[in-house]
Ligand binder design. Structure first.
Ligand code: PIF
Length: 393
């Protein structure tokens, strides 16, 4: 059943900008830091806060739902082949924001950090938790009026000197109408890593979206940019029926939009990204939707658990432009986390996340599923009375 997100709070006007523009800081020493750690697993190196944007990985997962109206459209579509067209556009739409965001990385959430997002206007509620620290794993679960969406994400990274490849591991799940979709994510490559102004991101590889209930698949190719071709940001592919016949062709760019049709000249537009806000360059390249994600609504604050990212001090300090304090707070939080880990190890305790649990699928792959307690606890007990096993800050 769909989530009853409408009754949770009354609609507010959300902020349109961050409190201050990003401070202009000089060289952040990223090059010497990476050079010192050559050959090491970079996820185990503490990075300077200046390469972060004031959003974390949990909020980035929520950002993938910016164009959730495509799922609502799919839900109204009776024809399962046509429904796949909207879902494919949705899967591509999650990459649009990355075009403006290559300059920074999201915060790495602390183990046990959570993030909720209630969007009565979009008709969904989102919950995510950092379920593992090394290697980092973020899990999320979303209930919409017409759908259920979940994923857990883990990255493999490859450092190439001037660039870095990020290969997400794990699958995205989406249930809409009588379809259950599963798909993988493509590789992200951040180029010109050491040039603060010329860093750019590419997305490439094959994405396979399956409607397991109807045996319909959509194969999409994200074309790798190259010096010799002008095929930057291109995506193409087709929707195949159970017999493997191609029924719809898809083409476009993850930065500009997706079109469907037998031939390009008559293709119809399925999705186009929204306009960027004024002065977005000054605000980390955030879209309107991204600007809202870390907003702390004073009327909602006492309903949130203390583990919610909106209370994380270093991220808030960065958002407010206080770099020195953010840097110090990040170091202190990380140190505190190391001490908690050490204590658990000394006691021989295993760590269990609060809202997700690990299950193994038929192929023996690890999956993180929502235990359905978060919203129930929020409504019935309230997080003020809920006892968290550890204090994150
Ligand atoms: C810290 O995370 P950082 C380290 O993990 C550190 O080892 C740990 O201490 P511990 C700290 O507690 C952590 O806070 C390091 C690393 C994190 C990711 C996944 O935030 C990749 O300081 C995300 O960062 C990239 O970051 C996604 O890994 C991009 O968060 C879309 O690997 C990196 C840096 C990647 C550089 C990319 C530059 C792009 C501009 O003692 O507990 O181990």
């Amino acid at each position: 059943g769909g989530a009853n997100v409408g009754t949770v709070r009354t609609m507010k006007t959300r902020r349109t900008k961050l409190p201050v523009p990003k401070p202009q800081n000089a060289d952040n020493g990223l090059w010497s830091l990476l050079y010192k750690n050559i050959g090491k697993d970079l996820s185990k190196v503490s990075m300077p806060v200046t390469i972060n944007e004031p959003l974390n990985m949990l909020q980035r997962l929520c950002e993938e739902l910016e164009y959730s109206e495509l799922i609502d459209k799919a839900a109204e579509t009776k024809d399962a082949m046509e429904r796949m067209v909207h879902i494919a556009a949705f899967a591509v739409s999650g990459y649009a924001s990355s075009y403006y965001r290559a300059g920074h990385k999201p915060f790495n959430p602390l183990l046990g950090e959570t993030y909720e997002c209630i969007r009565e206007d979009k008709g969904f509620r989102f919950i995510a938790e950092q379920v593992q620290h090394h290697p980092p794993i973020s899990a999320c679960f979303v209930e919409g009026q017409s759908f259920t969406f979940w994923q857990d994400i883990r990255m493999k990274t490859k450092f190439w000197g001037k660039s870095m490849e990020i290969m997400p591991v794990g699958l995205v799940h989406l249930q809409v109408a009588d379809s259950h979709y599963v798909w993988n994510k493509v590789t992200t490559c951040v180029h010109n890593l050491f040039s603060n102004n010329q860093r750019w991101a590419d997305q490439y590889g094959e994405m396979k979206i399956e409607d397991i209930n109807h045996k319909i698949t959509c194969k999409l190719t994200f074309v790798k940019a190259s010096y010799w071709s002008d095929k930057k940001h291109e995506v193409y592919g087709s929707v195949l029926d159970a017999a493997g016949n191609s029924v719809h062709h898809l083409m476009g760019k993850w930065t500009e939009g997706i079109y469907c049709g037998p031939v390009a000249s008559t293709a119809r537009c399925v999705w186009r990204p929204g306009q960027m806000p004024e002065d977005y360059e000054l605000y980390y390249g955030f879209s309107r939707y991204a600007m809202q994600l870390n907003e702390l609504d004073p009327d909602e604050a006492d309903k949130l658990p203390i583990t919610d990212t909106r209370f994380r001090p270093d991220q808030r300090l960065l958002e407010n432009g206080d770099i020195a304090a953010a840097e110090a707070a990040k170091a202190a939080l990380e140190q505190h986390q190391r001490e908690r880990r050490k204590k658990r190890e000394e006691r021989g305790e295993e760590y269990y996340p609060q809202w997700f649990r690990k299950v193994f699928d038929a192929k023996g792959e690890e999956n993180w599923v929502y235990n359905s307690r978060y919203w129930e606890t929020r409504e019935k007990i309230g997080f003020k009375k809920y006892k968290f096993p550890e204090k994150l800050w």
